[in-house]
Design a protein around this ligand. Structure first.
Ligand SMILES: [Zn+2]
Length: 340
């Protein structure tokens, strides 16, 4: 079976160079949307593949490979945040949109240790992927650390992380860190064209260069929501923060996604104002140019947005968070920095 994406070939060959002595815990880091999970799954399948002819690729034909592809290999687990509803705090009267949980809890890790401590069904190894690893909450991470510290024989863990700095340092230090980079523009463009993505240059810019994220961006149902938001924040003089926050809340999107749009906008305003370069929203050049003369007022806001992004992992009242950030944007543009 071939490597899932062309830009993963080099990292894969690097892994294969030491395939006989891979550590029991690997951590794949890098931007979202570059195929870290796909690489982890390919490695998991390779490790589980039972073909005698196996050299540097899973065969795709043996029992193990077929079970893996069908998603029911008994010695494989993919641990991701459950599709359950977020636990909503009772005190929070605001109506929350129903959304996917973003957390891997301690119960999930307990279920996992039952799996890793049993002997393998096929007598070989057991592979667990945790993606994204930073989704483990503190108690889950501590429980997982115990498993990493005393790994049962034959257990292999592959962690995938977009934000590895959010992982417990004690977890990081027990893994071989394997950083993956954004593929070069030409490779990414070529792949997007093979996927029939319309306007690949734009979508690649919107996501900062990650090809899978660009394909997702191109197909996203929320494109009109983002356009509507950008249109409004491009006209600070007439921006009605309360209306905008309420409209965005109705779209039922992740808070972190909306903050990301705003982060990229503010980044582009600053970048255009300071260096004349637009990184994320080249299709919004005219609008960005109107705000860019006030770029120097937005530095602190960028820090504030980064902080808000860090907190967005926890359940929050989305509308209030967005209102606060948009008011912060308007205040900053008026030269009224709340931090003085
Ligand atoms: Zn196989």
């Amino acid at each position: 079976m071939t490597i899932p994406y062309p830009w993963l070939e080099n990292p894969w060959h690097e892994l294969m160079r030491e395939k006989e002595k891979l550590p029991h815990a690997l951590l794949f880091t890098g931007e979202a949307g570059i195929g870290k999970l796909a690489l982890a799954q390919y490695l998991a399948q390779f490790l589980l593949c039972e073909s005698d002819a196996k050299t540097t690729q899973p065969c795709g034909l043996c029992d193990a490979c077929r079970w893996f592809i069908a998603g029911n290999h008994p010695d494989y687990r993919l641990l991701q945040p459950a599709d359950a509803e977020d636990s909503v705090e009772e005190s929070d009267v605001a109506k929350k949109p129903k959304k996917k949980s973003s957390v891997i809890g301690v119960e999930d890790i307990r279920d996992l240790s039952d799996f890793v401590n049993l002997s393998a069904h096929r007598g070989g190894i057991r592979v667990t992927i945790v993606a994204p690893a930073e989704a483990m909450n503190t108690s889950a991470a501590n429980a997982f650390l115990k498993t990493l510290e005393e790994p049962p024989a034959g257990a292999v863990f592959i962690l995938v992380s977009d934000h590895w700095r959010r992982l417990l340092p004690t977890i990081r230090s027990r893994c071989r860190v394997f950083p993956l980079t954004i593929p070069d523009h030409k490779t990414a463009m070529h792949w997007l064209e093979t996927q029939f993505v319309v306007n690949p240059v734009l979508h690649l810019a919107h996501v900062g260069g990650a090809p899978l994220a660009a394909a997702e961006d191109a197909a996203a149902e929320w494109l009109p929501v983002r356009s509507a938001m950008l249109e409004k924040i491009a006209e600070p003089a007439t921006l009605n923060v309360l209306t905008l926050a309420a409209e965005l809340e109705k779209a039922k999107l992740d808070t972190s996604l909306i903050i990301e749009w705003l982060q990229k906008w503010v980044y582009d305003v600053i970048s255009l104002g300071m260096t004349g370069i637009i990184r994320y929203y080249p299709d919004w050049k005219d609008a960005l140019e109107r705000v860019a003369p006030r770029a120097h007022l937005l530095f602190n806001l960028l820090n504030e947005l980064n902080e808000a992004q860090r907190l967005a992992y926890h359940p929050l009242n989305q509308r209030l968070v967005l209102e606060s950030l948009f008011f912060g944007y308007l205040d900053a543009l008026r030269g009224q920095d709340r931090r003085g």
